[in-house]
Design a binder for this molecule. Sequence first.
Ligand SMILES: NC(=O)c1ccc[n+]([C@@H]2O[C@H](COP(=O)([O-])OP(=O)(O)OC[C@H]3O[C@@H](n4cnc5c(N)ncnc54)[C@H](O)[C@@H]3O)[C@@H](O)[C@H]2O)c1
Ligand SMILES: O=c1ccn([C@@H]2O[C@H](COP(=O)(O)OP(=O)(O)O[C@H]3O[C@H](CO)[C@@H](O)[C@H](O)[C@H]3O)[C@@H](O)[C@H]2O)c(=O)[nH]1
Length: 336
Amino acid sequence: MNILVVGGAGYIGSHMVRLLDSAGHKVWVLDNLSTGFMQAVTAGELIVGDMNDSELVKSVLGDNRIDIVMHFAACALVGESCANPAKYYQNNVVNTLLLLESMRATNVRKIVFSSTCATYGIPDKVPISEATPQQPVNPYGFTKLVIERALRDYSQAHNFGYAALRYFNAAGASPLGGIGEDHTPESHLIPIVLQVAMGQREQVTVFGNDWPTLDGSCVRDYIHVDDLADAHLRAMERLKPGTGIELNLGTGTGFSVRQIIETCREVTNVDIKSVDGDRRAGDPPELVADASKAESELGWVPQYTSPRSIIETAWEWHRNNPAGYGDTALAEGQVE
Ligand SMILES: NC(=O)c1ccc[n+]([C@@H]2O[C@H](COP(=O)([O-])OP(=O)(O)OC[C@H]3O[C@@H](n4cnc5c(N)ncnc54)[C@H](O)[C@@H]3O)[C@@H](O)[C@H]2O)c1
Ligand SMILES: O=c1ccn([C@@H]2O[C@H](COP(=O)(O)OP(=O)(O)O[C@H]3O[C@H](CO)[C@@H](O)[C@H](O)[C@H]3O)[C@@H](O)[C@H]2O)c(=O)[nH]1
C-alpha cells in the first residue's frame, strides 16, 4: 500500500516508517521538523512541510495515490499544554482538521490516529479499559479527544475508516539502532534518567512524592515504540469505510517513577541521583492500560513486557548517540 506518515520524522513515527518499509509498503513522510529530525527518516521519501499547508498535502495525497494516512504529528507534552494551550489547540485540532479536509478533498478516507491515555484524565479505577469515561484533565488530552470525536463524525458523514490508538507511555528504541528518542528540551522520564546516567544532568527530579500510589510517585504504563508500530500495522489492515476502532495500547502493568529510576540504575550500572520535587501540573497519579481489546481485535500482544527490556533498548540508543541526532549532524558536518 501507499502510506503517508504525517509526523514520520518524530520519535514514534520514525519507528513506524521503518516497520512499514520492512513490511513492503511504500512510504512518504510529511513532517515540518518542528520536533522531528531528517536523520530519523530511514526509509521512504521525506517531504518537509506542514500538515496545515492544504495545497501541499492535497498534492502529496493525490500525486502518490496514497491509500492510508498515519497521523503522528502533534504537540505532545502535558506540562507545556497547560502553560501554552493555544499552541496545542492550533496544531493538534485546527491543523489536524485541515489534514482531514485535505484527505476528504482527495478521497483518501483511511487514517490511523495517534491518540493517548491522556484522554481519560483521572480514571475512577485502573486498569483503564476503552469503556472508561474520557474526561481529560489537561489541554493536550482535550485536543486529542476533540480529534477522536471528529473522526467518529467523519466516519459517519464522509465514510472515513479510522483507528484511534490510545497509547500509554511510549518508550525504548529500535534494537536495529539508528533511531530513538530525542526531544529538545527533553521532558520525558526515561531519557532524562538516562541523561543523568551519561553525566549530562546532575540529577532527576521526581515530580511529587505524595500521590496516592505505592511509593508516592506517579505510576505509568510504559510501552515499547516497536510494539506501538506493530499495533498500527495490524490496525491499518482492518480499516473499513464508515467505521472506527478505538483501542488502548499498553502492557497492562504500571510502574512508578521511583521504580523506573531504580531499573535505570540496574540497566546502566550507574548510581543515578534523584531528588523529590513538586507535582507537575496536569499529571494524573496512575495510568495503566487494560489492552485486552487490542489483543482480541488485532491479535496484538506486546513483545516487550518489562521496563527493563524496554529501558535496555533506550540505553543502547542513548549510549551510542549521546547527543541524539545531533551526533549524526556532527558526523555529517565533519565528513564535509
Ligand atoms: N510519546 C508518547 O509517550 C506518546 C503517548 C501517547 C500519544 N502520543 C502521540 O504520538 C504522536 C507522536 O509522538 P512522539 O512522541 O513521536 O512526538 P514527536 O514530537 O517526536 O513527533 C511528532 C512529529 O510531528 C511533527 N509535526 C508536528 N506538528 C506538525 C505539523 N503541523 N506538520 C507536520 N509535522 C508536524 C514533528 O516535527 C515531529 O516529527 C503524537 O501525536 C503524540 O501526541 C505520544
Ligand atoms: O523529570 C521528570 C519527568 C517526568 N516525571 C514523571 O514521570 C512520569 C512520566 O512522565 P513523561 O515521561 O513526561 O510522560 P507523560 O507526561 O506521562 O506523557 C507521555 O505519555 C502520555 C500518555 O501517558 C502521552 O500522551 C504524552 O504525549 C507523553 O508525553 C510522569 O508521572 C511525570 O510526572 C518525573 O517525575 N520527572
